[in-house]
Design a protein around this ligand. Structure first.
Ligand code: ADP
Ligand code: GLC
Length: 479
């Protein structure tokens, strides 16, 4: 089986969020199953290329008269080839893949990702490299949504479209559609047209052979108006070809081997986790005290993640014996609010604004709890990493959070199945309640340790999910 995995970010080459983690881990697991999988992504200027696998140019394409070079490297730690689509709209711009230095999306994002989609289609159908032609192109999120649309007239390759977040749709006006030179047959309601605009994401949903998302619960939720962002009707119409497959935990997230943390630890040496806690307290200027419960958070500072509610809850809990350590970047209003609490209460709330891979690992290793009060969450990775690192997740019962965290109550304590705190109805008071509940559990050390170990013992190997994807590839290849 030959699979071309198309993605707009991939760890460790470039990362802004969970899509990169998935793109860096799932292809490796597919390769372990014996699948011939190759990845394609844009050649951004800020890609971190592994010195052991320097770029090699392997061919040239011409897209709407524009020359494009295809370079190749390997996904570090594997034999999975990564093809890089090289054009100045990617390779001549430093920084974030989607945004300029002013924090706004690049003005020509539709042109950039339409070009990427056309290049992927051309790469997949031209046998450019070693006469290699994929059976399936596995597309991810709106940046790849035009791939199934551009292939709508062909019977091969087949396409699978994975939705990591329905809130980001790639919607642009009609002038953009005309500028992109797309066929007029795609300008209709059962194609790209979306309330007088065009939608990249809709292209992926309408024209792919199968749709997946990253948890079973989100696969149900996004077929309802509350979570469907206007596409619930279309998704429920296609429900026989929709499935939710949970993300796994990649090799980079393992407290036993993690190179970023102060002291490696495991379920049988859980006391060593404390070293990470006191080191972090000292690094962030918090009072160093192993006995104060430490709640951590890492994430994009946007409404999806419920950061506004968390900020309010922290403001109102100023008299509790608890510390917070928060790492994130995103909307200025949230960055400013967090920094202001940090200035007012430096002994209780530590904040780092920015993107810091190493600190993210250190927070997981140090935390007694990880709070993730997302309004919606297609899967969520940090709660999974937290389970593995013994930082008990405090989450809202939505999407992948509902599928992966088992609430602490007397029964689940007794039968040793509890792994975290799950909020049913999200608001500021519920977050305050959950934090108080966590503090009380923390102070009962035997129970707390048992819950930590329960989460650490769980198996979230990517192989399980890779098998589920492999079944879908087989299903769509066989028609
Ligand atoms: P999403 O993809 O919606 O942002 P996920 O929970 O799926 O949420 O994945 C987020 C990923 O990005 C995790 O690996 C997390 O550790 C990482 N991350 C988010 N913000 C930061 C940050 N400021 N610094 C370092 N890593 C971050
Ligand atoms: C998206 C979602 C997140 C998911 C990630 C990887 O960014 O917001 O819930 O874990 O994609 O699939």
């Amino acid at each position: 089986m030959k699979i071309l995995f198309a993605t707009s970010e991939i760890y460790p080459l470039i990362k802004t969020g969970g899509l990169a983690d998935v793109s860096g881990a799932l292809p490796k697991a597919l390769a372990q199953l014996g699948i011939d999988v190759r990845v394609v992504t844009p050649r951004y200027a800020s890609l971190k290329i592994d010195q052991e696998h320097p770029l090699q140019t392997i061919g040239n394409l011409s897209i709407l008269g524009q020359p494009i070079e295809i370079a190749q490297t390997l996904l570090p730690g594997s034999n999975v080839p990564v093809y890089l689509v090289d054009h100045p709209v990617f390779s001549a711009r430093q920084g974030n893949p989607y945004m300029g230095p002013d924090g706004n999306p690049w003005h020509d994002n539709p042109e950039r990702f339409a070009l990427f989609c056309r290049a992927v289609v051309s790469l997949a159908t031209s046998a450019l490299v070693d006469d290699w032609v994929p059976d399936v192109i596995h597309c991810n999120d709106w940046q790849t949504g035009l791939i199934p649309a551009l292939l709508s007239e062909s019977s091969t390759p087949k396409t699978l479209f994975t939705i990591h977040n329905l809130a980001y749709q790639g919607v642009y006006d009609r002038n953009t559609f005309e500028r992109l030179g797309l066929p007029w047959s795609l300008w209709k309601e059962n194609a790209l047209e979306y309330w007088g605009n065009m939608s990249f994401l809709k292209g992926g949903i309408v024209f792919s052979d199968f749709i997946t998302t990253v948890s079973p619960t989100y696969a149900e939720e996004f077929q309802t108006p509350e979570f469907g962002y206007g596409l619930d009707g279309l998704l429920s119409h296609k429900k026989d070809r929709v499935r939710g497959i949970l993300n796994g935990i990649g090799d980079d997230w393992d407290p036993e081997t993690d190179p970023f943390i102060q002291k490696n630890y495991s379920i049988t040496q859980l006391d060593d986790k404390t070293v990470n806690k006191t080191e972090l307290q000292s690094l962030l200027g918090l009072p160093v005290d192993a006995d104060i419960p430490l709640v951590v958070h890492i994430g994009r500072l946007v409404e999806q993640k419920g950061i506004d509610l968390l900020i309010q809850a922290i403001k109102e809990l100023d008299d509790r014996r608890v510390q917070f350590a928060i790492l994130g970047s995103g909307e200025k209003r949230f960055e400013n609010a967090l920094q202001s609490i940090n200035h007012k209460r430096p002994d209780q709330v530590a904040v780092r604004i920015g993107y810091d891979e190493s600190l993210a690992h250190q927070l997981e290793a140090a935390g007694d709890a990880f709070i993730m009060p997302s309004r919606f969450e297609p899967c969520g990775l940090n709660q999974l990493y937290s389970l593995k690192y013994g930082a008990i997740p405090i989450v809202h019962r939505v999407g992948g959070l509902a599928d992966t965290v088992k609430h602490i109550h007397p029964n689940s304590i007794d039968d040793h199945s509890a792994t975290g705190i799950v909020i049913d109805h999200l608001d500021v008071n519920a977050i305050k309640w959950a934090l108080d509940y966590f503090i009380s559990i923390y102070n009962n050390r035997e129970i707390f340790k048992d819950i930590q170990k329960q989460g650490m013992a769980e198996d979230h190997n990517w192989i399980v999910s890779a098998k589920a994807y492999s079944d879908i590839y087989t299903e769509i290849i066989q028609g």
